[in-house]
Design a protein around this ligand. Structure first.
Ligand SMILES: Nc1ncnc2c1ncn2[C@@H]1O[C@H](COP(=O)(O)OP(=O)(O)O)[C@@H](O)[C@H]1O
Ligand SMILES: [Mg+2]
Length: 347
C-alpha cells in the first residue's frame, strides 16, 4: 500500500495527514477566491437596498414614528451614503470608512433613544457594525467615584458596546469644568481614542439638550471633530402628540371614544403648559394612568360580562379625571392636587 493510500484510509497519522490536502474542505485563500470569482463590474443599489433589509427598516421607521420629518430624512441620507460607500468598495474604488458618530439633540421625550435603536439596527443591516445592539449609558456608568475606577469602568462599557452603538445620554455631564480633578476627563480621553481608532466597529451617539450639547462641544473640540452627524429632534406639535397617543393605544389594543379623543386634545394643550412636560413621554405616562382609571371604572361599575370592545375603550372620563385639568399655569402638580383624590373631576 502506498503512502497516499494509507493516508486516504485514515491510517498512520503523521504530520502530512494533519495538514489538509489542497482542495480539501478548507476555505481557499483570498487570492484564489479573487481569481475564481467573476469580476464585479456593476452594483445594483436598489437590489442591495432590498436584500439588506434597509427598505424594510426605513419603512418601519416611517410607520412607527409620527412626525420627525427632518430626522427621517437624515437617516435615509445616511443609508444612501453607506450603500454607495459599500458599492464603491466592492468595485475597488477609493473608499474611506465613513465616520458615523452622531449627536442627537432635543428635549426629553422627542424620540432620541427610540431613533438610536432604529439606527443601530440600520447600521447593522448595512454591514457597518457587526452586532447592531445598543448600549445606553449615562455619566455614572462611565465615571468612577475614586481614583483608578474610571478607566476600567469606561473600558468595560466600551467592550460591551463593541460591534454596536454606544448611546451616551446627557453626555455633557462627562465634562465638569468647575471641578479641576474631575474623573469625567479620563472617560472623555478614552472615548475619544476609541472613537478615532475603532470607528469601523463602534458608533457613538451623544444625546441631550441642544444648548448644553453646544457648550459641551465648545469646550471639547475633540468630540466636535469626531462627530459627523448632528441631528436635531424638534418638540412635537399638539397634533403629533395626539397621533402618537392614538398609535400607542392601538398597539396595545385600546382605542379612544370620540369624546375621549376631544378630551385628549384638551389634555395635551394643558399638559404642555405645565412643568416637566416631556413630549411623547408625558403622553405615554398619561395613557398609563388613563388605562388605570379605565380598569377601575369597569371594575367599579360591575355591569356583568364585558366584551372586547368594552375592555378596549378609553372613555372621556378616563382622561378628564387627570389633575392636569385642575392645575393653573405656573402651579406645580402637588399644589393642584385636590385633597379628595378619587372624586377628582374635570372642571
Ligand atoms: N415620533 C414618535 N412616534 C411614536 N412614539 C414616539 C415618538 N417619539 C417618541 N415616542 C415614544 O415616546 C417615548 C419617549 O421616547 P424616547 O425615545 O425615550 O425619547 P428621548 O430619548 O428623546 O427622551 C417612547 O415610548 C417612544 O416610543
Ligand atoms: Mg432617552
Amino acid at each position: 500500500m502506498s503512502y497516499l493510500d494509507q493516508l486516504n484510509k485514515g491510517g498512520k497519522p503523521d504530520e502530512a495527514a494533519a495538514k489538509p490536502a489542497p482542495g480539501a474542505a478548507t476555505p481557499p485563500d483570498t487570492a484564489e477566491a479573487a481569481a475564481a470569482a467573476p469580476l464585479i463590474t456593476t452594483v445594483d443599489l436598489k437590489r442591495e437596498y432590498e436584500d439588506a433589509g434597509v427598505r424594510e427598516t426605513l419603512e418601519e421607521l416611517d410607520r412607527e414614528l409620527i412626525g420627525l420629518k427632518p430626522v427621517k430624512k437624515r437617516i435615509r441620507e445616511t443609508a444612501a451614503l453607506l450603500l454607495v460607500e459599500r458599492a464603491r468598495r466592492r468595485l475597488g474604488l477609493a473608499h474611506e470608512t465613513p465616520t458615523l458618530h452622531m449627536s442627537f439633540t432635543g428635549n426629553p421625550g422627542t424620540g432620541k433613544t427610540t431613533v438610536a435603536l432604529k439606527m443601530a439596527n440600520l447600521l447593522h443591516r448595512l454591514g457597518y457594525i457587526r452586532k447592531g445592539h445598543l448600549v445606553s449609558v449615562t455619566r455614572d456608568d462611565l465615571v468612577g467615584q475614586y481614583i483608578g475606577h474610571t478607566a476600567p469602568k469606561t473600558k468595560d462599557i466600551l467592550k460591551k458596546a463593541m460591534g454596536g452603538v454606544l448611546f451616551i445620554d446627557e453626555a455633557y455631564y462627562l465634562y465638569r469644568p468647575e471641578n479641576e480633578r474631575d474623573y469625567g476627563q479620563e472617560a472623555i480621553e478614552i472615548l475619544l481614542q476609541v472613537m478615532e481608532n475603532q470607528r469601523d466597529d463602534l458608533v457613538v451617539i451623544l444625546a441631550g439638550y441642544a444648548d448644553r450639547m453646544d457648550k459641551f462641544f465648545e469646550s471639547n473640540p475633540g468630540f466636535r471633530s469626531r462627530i459627523a452627524h448632528h441631528i436635531d429632534f424638534p418638540d412635537y406639535s399638539d397634533e403629533e402628540l395626539h397621533q402618537i397617543a392614538v398609535g400607542m393605544l392601538a398597539r396595545q389594543n385600546y382605542h379612544l371614544t370620540e369624546e375621549a379623543a376631544t378630551t385628549l386634545a384638551s389634555y395635551i394643550e394643558h399638559r404642555r403648559a405645565q412643568p416637566h412636560f416631556a413630549n411623547a413621554r408625558s403622553i405615554r405616562n398619561a395613557l398609563d394612568r388613563a388605562r388605570l382609571r379605565q380598569a377601575n371604572r369597569l371594575f367599579e361599575a360591575d355591569n356583568g360580562p364585558l366584551d372586547a370592545s368594552a375592555l378596549s375603550e378609553i372613555a372621556a372620563e378616563d382622561i378628564a379625571a387627570s389633575r392636569v385639568f385642575l392645575q393653573k399655569p405656573g402651579q406645580t402638580a402637588d399644589q393642584a392636587r385636590p385633597a379628595r383624590g378619587p372624586e377628582e373631576t374635570a372642571p
